[in-house]
Each structure stands twice: as C-alpha cells, then as structure tokens.
Design a protein around this ligand. Sequence first.
Ligand SMILES: [Cu+2]
Length: 276
Amino acid sequence: MLREFFRQQLGLPPVYSETGAQVDSLIIYVHYLMVALFVGWGIFFIYTLIRFNRRAHPKADYVGVRTHASSWLEGIVAGIEAVLLIGFAVPMWMHNVDHYPDPKNALNLKVVAQQFNWNVFYPGSDGVFGKQDMKLISNDNPWGMDPADPSGKDDFAPLNNEIHVPVDKDVIIELTSKDVIHSFKVISMRVAQDAIPGLKIPLHFKATKVGVYQINCAQLCGSGHSGMAGGKLYVDTQADYDKWFAAKVKAAADAAAAAAPKAQADTAKPAGGGAS
Ligand SMILES: [Cu+2]
C-alpha cells in the first residue's frame, strides 16, 4: 500500500515490461530513504532551533557536540545506501546482464537513429540480416545492403519511426546512430540506451501488455530533437504481429520482383552508349 502511494506521489508512469518493475522498486526504495532523511533532518533542525536558541545560550559554545551520536547516524545512513547499491542496484543490473535473452528465441532488430527519426530494420522471414558494407552506400542504396547476400533478399526496407513486436516475447535491439548521439527511450518499458555513432549497443526488453507506446529521444540531438518523440512501439498479439509481418515480407518480395526485370534490363544495355 505504501508502495502504491509512493508510485502515485512520484508520478511513475505505468510499467509494461518484465524488468521495468525492478527499476521502479529501486526508485521507490531510494525515495523511502530520502523521505526518512528529510523527516530526520527536519526534526533535528527544529530541535536545534529550540535547544540552542540565543536566549538560552547568549554565548556560543566553541566545543560543540560531545557525543558520537551524529557519527553513528552518518554511519547508519551510509550503511543503508550501501544496502541499496549492493543489495538492489547491482543485483538488478547483474540479473539483466546474466539473463540476457537467447537471440535464437528472441526477435532481433536493428535500430539506427538519425536526425530526426528512427530507422528500424527487420531480418525478414529467415531471421538473418543481409550483409551491409559502407563501400556499397549510394543514393540508390543508402544502407549499403549487399545485393549478393541471399539472407538480405527477404529483409524489408527500414521502417520509419515504427517498431512492431509481439507481446510476451524477448526483443533484442542492436542500437546505433547515423550521425550524432541519440538515446532510445521507451518509458513504459523502462528502457533507455544511448545510440552512439560507430558503436552497436544491444538492449533488450519483454513487453507484457498489448498497446502503442511512445519512443523518445533522451539526448538533445539537434533542432528536430523533440520530433523523435514521434516514434511508436506497437506491442501486438502474436497473431496480429504474424499477420503484419507476413504482409511486410510479401510487400518486400513483390517490390524486389518488380525491381528485378528493370535491373536485368539495365545490365543488358550495352556499355558506352552501344554499338550498331
Ligand atoms: Cu535524437
């Protein structure tokens, strides 16, 4: 009950991920300590105003406190802080690192942040991302996809500001940035991770409730920073997700099939303007 009271007073938004509840617990425990300190110091302050008022003590006492009570109190507060850190924060972190979901059973995505949107990559029906190479980047191929890699054939074009995941399934996102530092933050999942150019940083969560959740950028990344809050995380039922995914895979295959004859025609054209 006290916990629920704190949740409301702190304005903690609803949490819809498996590990999010632990994050909230830590926030609440830290605030228990802060309230105890606030009340304790407040009482001590009022006590000193009365006990050492000028009328009772016209001349200052240059020795001051003669007991070790304050040292003991300081020690107890430091002890509680150590318990919070060693007993709660570190184990929570260890749990999240040790219980890293098995990529084989998880939905694996890539998210590339840029000014000012989120590019979301899905590996297609084979679950394997196609190879990318910086050398292949061009106007027609902004992500440097390797056309020779068969595992890339079913990858669909990166989605803009839109992530779909099934409910109750581990999701691993490999996060990076195309330009400046951004931060991928989904408050309802209690997930926040900086996206840093040149680094691929994994994050994971498991959504527990179907719904649409806002994605925010938590690093001031430029003039359009606030627009990155337009990102949406759709948590679907497995059936809805499968339907959405199948439609995307089919659309990608249709687009590839439509592009194939054109590419063949292009390569069939004689080079250098043609003879005859
Ligand atoms: Cu940003």
